[in-house]
Ligand binder design. Structure first.
Ligand SMILES: [Zn+2]
Length: 256
């Protein structure tokens, strides 16, 4: 069984077949999945999905692209949602300097606030880092927060530094793309006991589905590519990434 450590099945692209996708997870080889939120509304929707489906857990948090809309009420609501038994992380949170919108200082303030919350609650974070590698690294050093860098796009050197700090590194369908040299090099630098796999559905469908809507079942293609990169079997990468995710998110395997 595979663990899709990051997907957005609350996204409107699943409005027509959400129940089918989620109730079919096990049949398609996905044992567990984390639904990652981007704001309070999607945190609540993720919570509802986790309450409906046994094998769905969730992360609640405010994405950097939503940082300018976050109110004090949202932060109070977030703290309440984090108490939910199936909420296993704060995320996704981070910095996205690709579009420079919202303003960097707004993104930074919301990111730091949630990093501090995670440190205070000893809850892992799910970090979105786009074109902000140095600053994200500094932020986790400053706050002592720990967790996973999702859809990792940094260098092998940054990956190694994050692993030394205690972080997990998650790879997505990007690793299957023809020009994915950087992601492949980073994957080589991460020890087996720190790797996670994800789809980031509905985005980033792996080859041979690139450009189409992504689904949790395609996490298999990420695992296959990663097995090739690490020189291990598909079974080994599946079981290692599964137990890594259980460990990081504090999910008791006896409860499965
Ligand atoms: Zn995401």
């Amino acid at each position: 069984m595979l663990f899709d450590s990051h997907a957005h099945i609350d996204d409107a692209k699943f409005d027509d077949d959400r129940a089918q996708v989620l109730s079919g997870l096990r049949r398609s080889g996905v044992g567990l999945m984390i639904n990652a939120a981007s704001d309070i509304r999607s945190s609540l929707e993720s919570m509802r999905l986790a309450e409906t489906y046994d094998n769905v857990y969730f992360a609640a948090g405010i994405h950097p692209q939503e940082a300018d809309k976050a109110s004090e009420r949202d932060f109070a609501e977030l703290e309440r949602i984090l108490e939910h038994p199936k909420c296993v992380a704060i995320g996704e949170i981070g910095l996205d300097y690709h579009y420079d919108e919202p303003a960097r200082e707004v993104q930074r303030a919301v990111f730091y606030r949630q990093l501090k919350l995670s440190a205070a609650k000893s809850m892992p974070v799910v970090i979105h880092d786009r074109d902000a590698h140095a600053e994200c690294l500094q932020a986790v050093k400053d706050t002592g927060a720990r967790g996973v860098f999702h859809c990792f796009s940094g260098s092998a050197q940054t990956a190694a530094e994050l692993v030394d700090l205690g972080f997990y590194i998650s790879f997505s369908g990007v690793i299957t793309f023809k020009n994915a040299k950087r992601a492949v090099e980073a994957a080589k630098a991460v020890p087996m006991d720190r790797i996670l796999i994800e789809t980031d559905s509905p985005y980033l469908a792996p080859e041979p589905f690139r450009g189409r809507r992504n689904e949790p079942k395609y996490v298999e293609y990420v695992a296959r590519k990663l097995a090739e990169v690490k020189g291990v079997s598909f079974e080994d990468i599946s079981s290692e990434t599964f137990s890594n995710a259980l460990r990081l998110f504090g999910i008791d395997s006896a409860s499965l």
